[in-house]
Design a protein. Structure first.
Lengths: 215, 289, 573
């Protein structure tokens, strides 16, 4: 049975919940109280993940930390159609890995800004976090604009979205909670609409649903 | 030491700054109240002291401990805080469910807490569900005696209202606003339908458009763990937060020409009127008159 | 300066950015806008704030015909921005004056243009029949700085630049192609640089061209932003658009609405079934007011008659009113006139839509029972439930296939309508018994059709214990013979007037004769427009609008036909 060490308000945990929902997989959500309990820093949890970070996935004998790593694992193990993380195309795989890493950079900026504004992580320099997020959003917005020009809907080329889209979505969708407006990123806003219409899309607190899937 | 906020109405209030359960004894904590940095400390005798952080003389500010929270004032606060007798009932579980920063005014935060019409949309599947969207007629009064806004006979359809039920039903609510930035919600207990659970929101204005919302519950429920209760309340508040942060203007309009109320907003209308009567200026758009 | 900028048209989005079912987030001169394209292609530019509680509409949902607010599910119609549904009060029709703030909009050269006070015609740029829109570049900088540096940048690259009207920069590329640049001032320190070139490229050329320009503009942006960081200007002050004083107060239970006459033109008239024509009316000048499902208009015919017709329109179809007119064998001149004399192009007067037949949308299931031309309001309702994916059953009783009207709309409904053809009164009753047999308290029934069929439906519903308040009906006309022989006194509680109603006079006539302007529509006790509250006295109900329990309650009456059983009535007006 898949178990997810999970916190409802975490965008990184949300990445995994999205993947599990897209793949229609059953799992057990093991709640870890990030706030106010700081359970992710408890001795008990540090035994599971010495980095003291969420999420962690356990599946039979495997215990896996890091949202991006878990996305790779779930896609490779359970996506029978080989859509979310295809490995037969080295170029595409390289690009997916590139954008997974970009997704983690967004966590470093946008999630940090959100923790500052929402949960008072005053050790973060809020101005610097926001500036970094804006710089990253600009890069992605430009990329998505030209993807559209080439009739591509997703971060990586192809008919269907990949785990790269999942890795980037949550902390972009939650950016306003860190005071980062998305008004200047129209291509990102359009991509978010498309993402929200993927079959199996679920919301989390802070993320609004889109309209009907088909029209 | 200069305090930038000049509105006496808000300066003379008691303001919540922290729940007790997250504090470590004898450790100095820092926060912001009405744009001023303040520091406070709880000692082992459960006594609290507070001062303006940048004040070299460390002149002590008025403080009190009530209802599981530390309260501080930057002015001359009233002797008493509002009444919340349920807090002391022995068979209740009092749980502070977390504090959240929100980029909005205190008034918008309280008003959203009084609102039932958004349940099927913002808390879909939890506090409401389409198409059960009707806000039935309810009663509102501004009680002069207790100086609070009181909404009674409120009813709203809730899916899975009781623990052991799969069916939805109307749940009864009572709302109290006994303090300009604090509200209490009384709701039929799923465990004992003769008694009411209480959900609280105490808002600490850090600035005119930036608050800390302290949330808590006071339940007749010995089955749920404190973690479960906190989880539930965090989900609810997490859903409200992006709505609040997308309201424009961020300050609460007491000027009636800015928004369009409907009958369902009776309690919000009373709340705005009550704030107007008090002459509040901070964090609101005053009525034109 | 700011005021001058408000008067000119600015591009606020590329047309391609205002995609189907998307809400584009724009800002101009400090004010935020929600820009959305309806499925019919129309682009709406609204203030980015739901009038109810100020929530940004850019987080709302573009449903193709209406925009839905995320906070309380209020629905706003394409074009008019009028609110069509307030879920917190499902039994009420929202006052049609609840309307979001809308701004002028035009689409040209692949861009969407707006301006807070842009009432003049936009400037026309010659030789831009073919065009390609550049990637818009948001810049953290003031529009004046951007204009200066933009021109310098292109000159440096060896192209020719020229200043055009309203701060537009014209760049003539070395190959002769022309780019027009517009700086959209979002706020003092925030702008979008938009360009359009007078050339249409093949797909591969286009991407190359766009990338090349994008590179130039991004490098320009870097320079501008370095400079702008040192030259921050105070943000623009935006006046919050006000709502009318009427809307700023909590409404009374029912907003009756005022009478105003619209001038409409017959844009289309065609036969839709035996003896039934479909007529589409368009406005001669202004935007037609918002309607809600169930609403009707009074049509003022050139022969002096006034007739009521329900709108068949689906949600968001706001650029015309569509009605169905049945030729009445006993026509006293209304339906006959519309069938025989009216032609496409004719101009008529009509009232604003009134809704005395509001549709609740909080039912788990809605049953529609339509008879003949009674189909029209119910068809509008079913289309509204469709866009919200709500459950319903649609029953349509007709004589035979030739009598099926509006079949193109019927076919589009998500729930296939059940057509019952040629049933005798006895079999109709049997069928109604089957339809209405199962019910629970979260179901509602809407009925419209000829009098006898309506009576039967109401009777069957009552026999099957449907609660009175779940059965909603609308008669076309009151076929009761009105007995106006009584005479009595009326006292007006709020106006402190005491008036006498003689036999042969209606209460409405007496009120009007004494200077009280009460809205009315059918004036035969069918439509509900002239309803007033009664404080005291026994009412002699002669209308077909109220249901039995409403009549028994005795606190409202239709002033056009109902009278007093007691010596006097006290009215709440």
């Amino acid at each position: 049975m898949i178990e997810l060490y999970d916190y409802e308000l975490s965008g990184n945990c949300y990445k995994i919940r999205l993947m599990l929902s897209f793949l229609k997989l059953d799992y057990v959500s093991k709640k870890v109280e990030f706030h106010p309990g700081k359970e992710h820093k408890s001795e008990k949890f540090l035994e599971i993940n010495p980095l003291g970070q969420l999420p962690v996935l356990s599946d039979t004998n495997l215990v896996l930390r890091d949202a991006q790593a878990i996305l790779v694992y779930l896609a490779r193990k359970y996506d029978k159609k080989n859509i979310w993380c295809p490995i037969d195309d080295p170029e595409k795989l390289g690009l997916i890995a590139q954008w997974l890493s970009f997704g983690d950079l967004i966590t470093g900026s946008s999630s940090a800004a959100r923790l500052h504004d929402t949960l008072f992580y005053t050790e973060f320099d809020i101005g610097e976090c926001r500036e970094r997020a804006h710089a990253q959003f600009r890069i992605l917005d430009e990329h998505l604009f030209f993807q559209e020009q080439l009739n591509q809907s997703w971060i990586c080329d192809g008919e269907k979205p990949t785990i790269a889209d999942i890795a980037c979505f949550p902390y972009i969708a939650l950016s306003e909670e860190g005071g980062i407006s998305r008004m200047s990123y129209p291509a990102i806003r359009r991509w978010m609409d498309r993402f929200k219409r993927i079959d199996g899309f679920i919301v989390m607190p802070g993320v609004f649903p889109a309209g009907p899937r088909s029209f | 030491m200069e305090i930038s906020c000049k509105d006496p109405v808000i300066l003379n209030q008691w303001h919540p700054v922290s729940s007790l359960d997250v504090l470590t004894m004898d450790t100095v904590e820092n926060t912001i109240l009405l744009e001023s940095k303040i520091s406070f400390q709880l000692n082992s005798k459960e006594e609290v002291t507070a001062w303006l952080s940048l004040d070299d003389e460390k002149t002590l500010l008025p403080t009190r401990i009530s209802y599981g929270f530390i309260w501080v004032s930057l002015g001359n606060p009233p002797k008493d805080l509002f009444l919340f007798p349920e807090f002391s009932e022995s068979d209740r579980q009092n749980v502070a469910t977390g504090v959240f920063g929100v980029n909005v005014s205190a008034g918008r935060t309280v008003e959203n807490f009084l609102d039932m019409g958004h349940f099927p949309y913002v808390h879909s599947g939890i506090l409401g569900e389409e198409p059960h969207t009707e806000v039935k007629e309810y009663d509102v009064e501004i009680s002069e005696e207790r100086d609070e806004v009181l909404a009674t006979s409120c009813k709203f359809y809730q899916p899975q209202a009781a623990v052991n039920s799969n069916e939805g039903m109307d749940v009864d609510y009572i709302y109290r606003v006994p303090h300009i930035n604090c509200a209490l919600l009384y709701k039929t207990s799923p465990v004992d339908d003769a008694r009411l659970d209480v959900i609280i929101i105490f808002v600490q204005p850090m600035g005119e458009e930036w608050v800390r919302a302290h949330t808590g519950m006071c339940l007749i429920d010995d089955e749920s763990t404190a973690e479960q209760i906190r989880q539930f309340q965090q989900t609810i508040f997490g859903q409200d937060k992006p709505i609040l942060e997308n309201q424009y203007p961020k300050q609460l309009p007491l000027d009636s020409r800015i928004e369009t109320p409907i009958r369902a907003d009776k309690s919000a209308i009373a709340y705005r009127r009550w704030l107007s009567q008090k002459g509040l200026q901070y964090g609101v758009i005053p009525s034109a008159i | 300066m700011l005021n001058d900028l408000k008067k000119i048209w600015h591009p606020i989005a590329s047309s391609a950015e205002v995609q189907k079912r998307h809400v584009f987030h724009a800002q101009l001169l400090g004010r935020e806008y929600a820009v959305w394209r309806a499925d019919d292609g129309n682009v709406n530019v609204w203030e980015n704030r739901c009038l109810h509680r100020g929530v940004r509409l850019t987080i709302g949902i573009n449903e193709g015909t209406e925009l839905r607010c995320q906070y309380h599910g209020w629905r706003y119609a394409n074009r008019t921005a009028g609110c069509t549904y307030i879920p917190a009060h499902p039994a009420d029709a929202p006052a049609r004056t609840i309307c979001n703030n809308t701004y002028p909009v035009k689409e040209a050269m692949g861009m969407v243009w707006s301006g807070e006070e842009a009432f003049a015609e936009p400037v026309h740029f010659k030789n831009f029949e073919k065009y390609t829109v550049l990637r818009p570049i948001p810049i953290n900088g003031n529009f004046n700085i951007i204009r200066e540096m933009l021109s310098a940048k292109y000159r440096l690259l060896g192209h020719t630049t020229r200043d055009e009207v309203n701060g537009v920069l014209k760049v003539i590329l070395k190959n002769g192609e022309v780019i027009l640049f517009f700086v959209q001032p979002q706020d003092s320190n925030l702008s979008v640089l938009r360009g359009v070139v007078n050339q249409k490229y093949s797909d591969s050329e286009r991407v190359l061209f766009l990338r090349a320009q994008n590179r130039i503009l991004q490098s320009l942006r870097n320079d501008i932003e370095v400079l702008s960081k040192k030259r921050q200007i105070d943000p623009m002050i935006v006046q919050i658009a006000q709502v009318s004083s009427e809307l700023s107060k909590m409404p009374q239970k029912k907003d009756i609405g005022r009478q105003a006459v619209l001038r409409v033109q017959v844009a289309e008239k065609k036969k839709t079934a035996k003896d039934i024509v479909s007529i589409k009316l368009v406005s001669l000048r202004d935007q037609l007011p918002t309607f809600q499902p169930g609403a009707h208009i009074d049509l003022h015919l050139q022969n002096g008659l006034i007739r009521q017709y329900s709108l068949v329109n689906g949600p968001g179809e706001t650029n015309f009113y569509n009605i169905g007119v049945k030729l009445d064998a006993l026509s006293t001149g209304g339906s006959e006139y519309l069938h025989k004399d009216i032609r496409e192009g004719d101009v008529l007067a009509c009232s604003v839509p009134r809704n005395n037949f509001p549709l609740r949308r909080d039912s788990l299931k809605t049953i529609f029972v339509a008879g003949g031309i009674g189909l029209t309001p119910l068809l509008s309702m079913a289309q509204s439930l469709d866009v919200m994916n709500l459950n319903y059953e649609f029953h349509y009783f007709v004589q035979n296939e030739d009598h099926i009207a509006f079949s193109s709309i019927l076919k589009k409904l998500k729930k296939t309508p059940l057509v019952h053809q040629g049933l005798s009164p006895k079999l109709t009753k049997k069928k109604l018994n089957e339809i209405l047999l199962y019910h629970n308290n979260s179901m509602n029934l809407y009925v419209c059709g000829p009098g006898p069929m309506l009576e039967t439906t109401r009777q069957v519903a009552a026999e099957l214990d449907w609660p009175d308040n779940s059965v909603h009906f609308e008669y076309f006309k009151n076929s009761n013979v009105i007995d106006d022989s009584s005479s009595f006194k009326i006292e007006l509680a709020r106006s402190a007037l005491s008036l006498k109603v003689q036999s042969g006079q209606s209460v409405l006539e007496v009120l009007r004769a004494n200077g009280l302007d009460l809205p009315s529509s059918c004036e035969q006790g069918a439509c509900g427009t002239c309803k007033v509250s009664v404080v005291d006295g026994a009412i002699d109900h002669q209308d077909v609008y109220l249901n039995e329990s409403e009549k028994l309650k005795g606190n409202v009456m239709m002033t056009c036909v109902s009278r007093a059983l007691s010596k006097r009535l006290i009215l709440d007006i």
